[in-house]
Ligand binder design. Structure first.
Ligand SMILES: Cc1cc2nc3c(=O)[nH]c(=O)nc-3n(C[C@H](O)[C@H](O)[C@H](O)COP(=O)(O)OP(=O)(O)OC[C@H]3O[C@@H](n4cnc5c(N)ncnc54)[C@H](O)[C@@H]3O)c2cc1C
Length: 302
C-alpha cells in the first residue's frame, strides 16, 4: 500500500505487535511495505512535526500503557532478497525476520549466520540493537546497508556509520532507519551448519520462555567484565544471587529458568514491568555496587 494520509490508522492498539503483549495505543499507525511508502510516511511526519517510532518484531520493546505519541510505523518491507553465491553475500530488506537470513544461509550452505538462529525480531531491529548470541553480533557480518534519514533521504552506508558496540548502534539514539542490509558469509559445510543450528535451537528451547509467555528476551545487558577478566558478567547470574526469582510487581515476574527474563504472565502492565526493573536495579546496586542497564527499550508516554 502506498502512503496516504487516509491510510493512517488512529488510536491503534500496539500490544499484540510486541512479544511482551503489553502497551497502549499509537496516536497514528502505518504499515510500510515498501521503502517508498516508508519514505513518504517519514516525510509526512516531519512536515506535521510528529515524532516517529519505527517498530519491527516488537521483541525488544516495553511500550507504555499510556500509548505512543505521533506516528508508529511497522516495518514490513520484504521486497529485496538476493543471494550471491560467488561473493557469499545475502542482501535482504530489513522487514524480514532475522530467521530469514539464517534460513537462506543454511539453504545455500553459507556459514556465519548460525549464531543468530532463534533470535526473534526483524533484521532492522536486530541491526538497531546489534543483536547477537554465542559471542557473535550482526555487526560481525554486516558489510553494507541502505538507510532512510529523519529528513526522508535514502543513503547507502558502510558498517562504520552504525558505531556498533555491545547491543548498541547509532540507530538507538538517532532518527535513522535501516531499510536493507548486505551480510558477508563464507562457503560452509551444509551438514555442519544444520547441526549447529539444530543445537542452538535446542538450547534456546530448553532455556527460554515459550512464545505464549510474554517477554522481551534478556531484560538487562550483561555487565562489563570484572577486573582482570575479559568476558562480560552475565546479568542473569548476578540477578539470581540477589533473589530476583522471588520478586514480582503486579503481573510482572521473573522467569523461573532465567533471572534476566521479566515475564508477563497475562495481566502485567508496562508500569509493573518498569517498576520491577527498577527494584532489580536497586537490589543489584545495593549488593554489588554496579548499575544494570536495560537492553530493552522503553517507548511511549511514561
Ligand atoms: C525469547 C527472546 C529471546 C531473545 N534472544 C535474544 C538474543 O539471543 N540476542 C539478542 O541480541 N536479542 C535477543 N532478544 C531480543 C530481540 O529479539 C532482539 O533485540 C531483536 O533484534 C529485536 O528486533 P525487533 O524487530 O523485534 O525490534 P523491535 O523490538 O521492534 O525494536 C527494537 C528497537 O529497534 C528499532 N528498530 C526496529 N526496526 C528498525 C529499523 N528498520 N531501523 C532502525 N531502527 C529500528 C526500534 O525503533 C526499537 O528501538 C530476544 C527476545 C526474545 C523475546
Amino acid at each position: 500500500m502506498n502512503f496516504t494520509k487516509e491510510a493512517l490508522k488512529r488510536n491503534y492498539s500496539l500490544k499484540d505487535l510486541t512479544t511482551f503483549k503489553i502497551g497502549g495505543k499509537a496516536d497514528l499507525f502505518f504499515v510500510a511495505e515498501t521503502k517508498e511508502a516508508m519514505q513518504e510516511a517519514v516525510k509526512y511526519a516531519q512536515a506535521q512535526k510528529l515524532p516517529v517510532l519505527l517498530i519491527g518484531g516488537g521483541s525488544n520493546l516495553v511500550i507504555s500503557d499510556q500509548g505512543v505519541e505521533g506516528l508508529v510505523i511497522l516495518n514490513s518491507i520484504k521486497n529485496l532478497s538476493k543471494v550471491d553465491l560467488e561473493e557469499c553475500t545475502i542482501e535482504l530488506s530489513t522487514g524480514f525476520e532475522l530467521a530469514e537470513l539464517v534460513k537462506l544461509a543454511q539453504n545455500h550452505s553459507l556459514s556465519g549466520a548460525e549464531p543468530f538462529a532463534g533470535i526473534p525480531g526483524t533484521l532492522g531491529g536486530g541491526i538497531c540493537g546489534n543483536a547477537g548470541a554465542y559471542g557473535k553480533s550482526l555487526s560481525n557480518i554486516l558489510v553494507e546497508a541502505e538507510i532512510l534519514t529523519a529528513e526522508g533521504e535514502l543513503k547507502k552506508v558502510t558498517p562504520e556509520f552504525f558505531e556498533f558496540d555491545y547491543r548498541f548502534s547509532k540507530l538507538k539514539v538517532s532518527n535513522n532507519y535501516v531499510l536493507s542490509a548486505k551480510f558477508q558469509l563464507a562457503k560452509g559445510d551444509k551438514s555442519e551448519i544444520d547441526a549447529q543450528i539444530e543445537d542452538i535451537l535446542a538450547q534456546r528451547h530448553s532455556k527460554h520462555p515459550h512464545k505464549t509467555l510474554g517477554c522481551a528476551g534478556s531484560y538487562f545487558k550483561n555487565l562489563p567484565p570484572a577486573e582482570g577478566e575479559t568476558r562480560r558478567r552475565a546479568a542473569g547470574q548476578v540477578l539470581e544471587k540477589v533473589g530476583a526469582k522471588n520478586m514480582s510487581v503486579g503481573g510482572a515476574s521473573i522467569f523461573e529458568k532465567h533471572a534476566n527474563f521479566i515475564v508477563n504472565k497475562g495481566q502485567a502492565k508496562a508500569s509493573d514491568v518498569k517498576e520491577l526493573a527498577k527494584l532489580l536495579i536497586a537490589k543489584v546496586k545495593e549488593e554489588y555496587g554496579v548499575e544494570l542497564e536495560e537492553e530493552v527499550r522503553y517507548v511511549g508516554r511514561w
